[in-house]
Design a protein around this ligand. Structure first.
Ligand code: ZN
Length: 514
């Protein structure tokens, strides 16, 4: 049995009626940040692990669009302020082509996670309520409102008044859902009053209305539990903010078990995905959006980043500096281990690599080091494809060319957005030989001859060692001299592949002039 965390969950969780439903949810209340992708990917990995174990399974993703707009996304124009308190599914979209503000944000997020090969069945809360699918669950919740109140009070210490009902009605007069206080369920209707809340003004309207068929929504913890029942959810984790003692997940579990008579789903918490130490927030617009991040690196790398760490491990991902090249290097190493070109102590590596794939099964081919590709990309008159074929030592296959083309594109983005200064290079037009010692100059001249005649890397390297000992230099001092005359600094990428990528005659001339 695999030790990989998703396989462990697949093994431990209990089925319902011989099958599993893995589920996760998000409120589309603003531009969704990259941290929220972690939940989607974690659940997708579990879904695939359950599937691989031979059990029947479905992955359902819920957009909770039937909640009030209670925060104001910074990118929206002020004219949207009047919608505060309305259900997100009824607030208009700021752009054409979407039914609502909720759909506008949800579609944007869905597009991103589908690129990461997460393709759950999407359900929207508003549709479930309007279609009457929640009616029976609403009835149960209203009939057992006192029990729900007790659980809330006991588990989370929430103060709910007697007569409180776990439901919010959409006000018939002003259309807001965040402002209604509900009481007096008589079996068919509830009484509500539209009052002021912190973020929205009520209109004062009061009436009796049926709570069914989309007129109302369960308050969120009751809704969370009821949704598990509706979709037969057997596995669902949640972010750690829901897991404090007496937190919302604890309450929802009790509601499922004791109010709806439904064994709550297999439960696990996942840690935050933060960037540079900052927790991101959808409603406050803090952090990099899922879309921005997905445009900066290939989807398999983003999946990989989330797959390789256990859900309980916080990921602090700062894309600045060498993070992306290092992630690429790890990815390439996992590939080599997967295809048995290299050994590793961690037995989970092949499984992590396999589950991080997007689309097709893993393929065994040469993967050029990302930082070298990024470097070559900056050199004038260098055909990166030829230079990489040279580096590999044979022609590139179709797959290798495709992979290289992708890496060239991502290298461009990395260089523009995240690369440290030392990764940016420019060929020096006129080398300053005066900073070199006599020994260094002589060694470069000696090497010019070797480089002009010898094409094999290993033999070139052997020659370098000989030249160094002849001129009483360390290999390091030789490299420093070479980098100095080509890129004007003492360090650079692997020297021989780099020189090979340049025009041979010009390299020889520059070395000979030392
Ligand atoms: Zn109202």
């Amino acid at each position: 049995m695999s030790n990989f965390w998703a396989d462990q969950i697949a093994e431990k969780a209990e089925q319902l009626d011989g099958r599993h439903v893995v589920s996760d949810a998000k409120t589309p209340s603003g531009r969704i940040h990259v941290g929220s992708l972690r939940g989607v990917v974690i659940h997708d990995l579990i879904f695939k692990a359950v599937k691989d174990s031979g059990q029947k399974v479905e992955y359902v993703y819920r957009f909770d669009d039937f909640v009030p707009m209670d925060g104001f996304p910074p990118e929206l124009p002020d004219s949207f302020r009047k919608h505060m308190g309305e259900p997100l599914c009824n607030v208009p979209s700021p752009e054409k082509g979407y039914d609502s503000l909720a759909q506008y944000y949800a579609f944007d997020f869905r597009e991103v996670f589908e690129k990461l090969d997460c393709k759950p069945r999407i359900v929207c809360a508003s549709e479930s309520y309007r279609a009457g699918e929640m009616n029976q669950l609403i009835r149960t919740a209203l009939e057992k409102a006192e029990k729900i109140r007790e659980i809330n009070v006991c588990i989370s210490g929430a103060k709910k008044q007697e007569g409180w009902l776990p439901i919010n009605v959409v006000c018939e007069k002003c259309g807001k859902i965040g402002t209604t206080k509900v009481s007096g369920f008589d079996g068919e209707t509830v009484l509500y009053e539209c009052v002021d809340v912190k973020y929205a003004k009520g209109c004062g309207h009061s009436a009796r209305i049926s709570p069914f068929d989309g007129n109302a929504k369960l308050t969120w913890k009751a809704d969370w539990a009821a949704t598990w029942v509706l979709h037969n959810v057997t596995i669902e984790g949640a972010g750690k903010d829901h897991y404090a003692a007496g937190g919302s997940r604890d309450v929802a579990n009790h509601l499922a078990d004791e109010v709806f008579g439904y064994k709550h789903p297999y439960n696990f918490r996942y840690e935050f995905f933060i960037m540079g130490g900052k927790k991101m927030s959808t409603s406050k617009g803090i952090g990099v959006s899922a879309r921005q991040m997905s445009e900066s690196m290939p989807p398999e790398l983003l999946r990989f980043l989330m797959a390789r760490y256990k859900p309980q491990t916080a990921i602090d991902f700062n894309p600045d500096g060498d993070t992306i090249p290092k992630l690429y290097d790890d990815w390439d190493r996992f590939a080599r281990i997967y295809f048995s070109h290299e050994t590793a102590r961690d037995p989970d590596i092949p499984r992590i690599f396999a589950l991080s794939q997007v689309g097709s099964a893993p393929k065994d081919f040469f993967r050029p080091p990302f930082s070298f590709v990024a470097f070559l990309r900056q050199l004038p008159n260098v055909k990166v494809v030829d230079a990489i074929a040279d580096y590999k030592g044979s022609k590139l296959s179709k797959e290798e060319k495709d992979e290289l083309a992708k890496r060239i594109e991502y290298a461009k983005i990395w260089l523009e957005k995240f690369a440290p200064e030392e990764a940016k290079v420019q060929l020096v037009e006129k080398p300053d030989y005066s900073v070199l010692s006599e020994g260094q100059k002589k060694a470069l001249r000696d090497f010019a001859e070797v480089f002009g005649n010898e094409k094999d890397d290993n033999r070139q390297m052997e020659a370098v060692k000989g030249i160094c000992s002849k001129n009483s230099l360390t290999v390091g001092e030789f490299f420093e001299a070479a980098y100095t005359v080509f890129i004007g600094r003492k360090k650079g990428p692997k020297l021989l592949p780099f020189l090979k990528a340049l025009d041979r005659k010009k390299v020889v001339a520059r070395l000979s002039n030392a």
